[in-house]
Design a binder for this molecule. Structure first.
Ligand SMILES: Cc1ncc(COP(=O)(O)O)c(C=O)c1O
Length: 377
């Protein structure tokens, strides 16, 4: 009954955990900030609803918002409103980009471990995901030698993600330049997911934007303004791409949500110290959870440079799914590393979008459960 492309899809390993979790569990599985949007954004949303901005809007998004985003990114690249397309979250931007560029059988390099939507989006477009590893021993950064070895005449595109979900790793200028040079040498389209660009703990975020013309840059308001439920993101690409992308976007979603665009426009202009306060709080929690994890025997956790995920490796004789299930039974929700790819095995992802107190309680449970496992042997 179902089309092959739908039959081939598996349920995300993260959703599986949610479905099994009881309501009393401490949830460190979430991929969203535990904050509410900035008050300027909430106020603008209410105003937009009351003033009647409840209708379809322009397919590409409100011109004023596209202009404001061009301005936001003008320090990184020569961007104008014609390069910006407002999308239904980064999710639609990524899915639509695959539909626009990938022919059946074409290969797309994608990180392992990597965000759970990347490979399914490639497959839904008929493409073939080719996984490149980002390993703890390499600070979760891609290896150029491996990338080079995976490139074939069939390689069409490469997905990069900095800061990374699930590892929290951030690429520096050097890595970005090296990956861009490789992509340019081989005529590969770069698709850069930078939805965590505002949540970086040390120094400035380095973007792929401005390094090459052969780039689709994807971002979102979900994380920066804690509005995952409003479904608003955007992409930046050369104008010669935008015309075709806008057509596919139109046939998929008609237009992005209108009231939310008015709200984020206000947020871009006037969100005060919101981001700084959010990042300061995440930094405090990051330092806390990393220290706690590293104090538990068998865990090794690098300090993530961005996003809000700790991705420790463990050396217990169990698979990550089993360990996550045991933690779940003991009252902590986290994500098994295997949900993010083969190389994610022997890791867990803990989201620190929860209070320090909750994280502390969760770490006590992790400590107790892992002690039981070590004494089982
Ligand atoms: C790396 C990455 N890209 C994209 C998304 C999707 O974001 P959006 O809510 O804008 O669709 C997420 C959400 O968790 C993510 O982690």
């Amino acid at each position: 009954m179902f089309a092959e492309r739908a039959r081939g899809l598996r349920m995300s390993g993260i959703r599986k955990m949610f479905d099994l979790a009881g309501s009393a569990a401490i949830n460190l599985g979430l991929g969203e900030p535990d904050f509410q949007p900035p008050s300027a954004v909430l106020e603008a949303m209410k105003k937009a609803l009351e003033e009647g901005y409840n209708k379809y809007g322009p397919t590409g998004g409100l011109l004023k918002l596209r202009e404001a985003l061009a301005e936001v990114h003008s320090a990184q690249a020569d961007v104008n409103a014609g390069n910006v397309l407002i999308t239904v979250g980064a999710t639609e931007a990524l899915a639509m980009t695959m539909q626009v560029f990938i022919n059946p059988g074409e290969e797309v390099l994608t990180p392992d471990p990597g965000f759970v939507l990347f490979a399914p989006h490639i497959r839904l477009a008929g493409g073939v995901p080719v996984f490149y590893s980002i390993l703890q021993k390499n600070r979760f950064l891609p290896s150029l030698d491996e990338l080079e070895s995976l490139i074939t005449p069939n390689t069409k595109a490469m997905i990069v993600n900095t800061p990374s979900n699930p590892t929290g790793s951030v690429m520096g200028r050097k890595e970005i330049e090296a990956v861009t040079a490789l992509a340019e040498d081989h005529g590969i389209l770069l698709i850069s997911d930078e939805v965590y660009d505002r949540i970086v703990y040390e120094g400035d975020h380095h973007s792929f934007l401005g390094h090459t013309e052969n780039l689709v840059y994807v971002n979102s308001f979900s994380k920066a303004f804690s509005m995952t439920g409003w479904r608003l993101g955007y992409l930046i690409a050369p104008e010669k791409f935008i015309t075709t992308m806008a057509k596919v976007h139109y046939y998929m979603v008609a237009c992005p949500p209108t009231p939310a665009q008015y709200a984020v426009l206000n947020g871009l202009l006037d969100s005060g110290d919101y981001l700084k306060e959010m990042v300061d709080e995440f930094r405090r929690r990051r330092d806390f959870i990393v220290e706690r994890l590293n104090s538990i025997r068998g865990f090794h956790c690098l300090s993530p440079g961005g996003a809000f995920y700790a991705f420790p490796s463990f050396n217990y004789p169990v698979k990550s799914e089993e360990l996550a299930l045991r933690l779940l039974k003991a009252g902590v929700v986290c994500s098994p590393g295997s949900a993010f790819g083969k190389q994610g095995e022997s890791h867990l992802r803990f989201s620190y979008a929860a209070s320090i107190e909750m994280i502390g309680e969760a770490m006590d449970i992790v400590d107790a459960v892992t002690r039981e496992i070590t004494s089982d042997d």
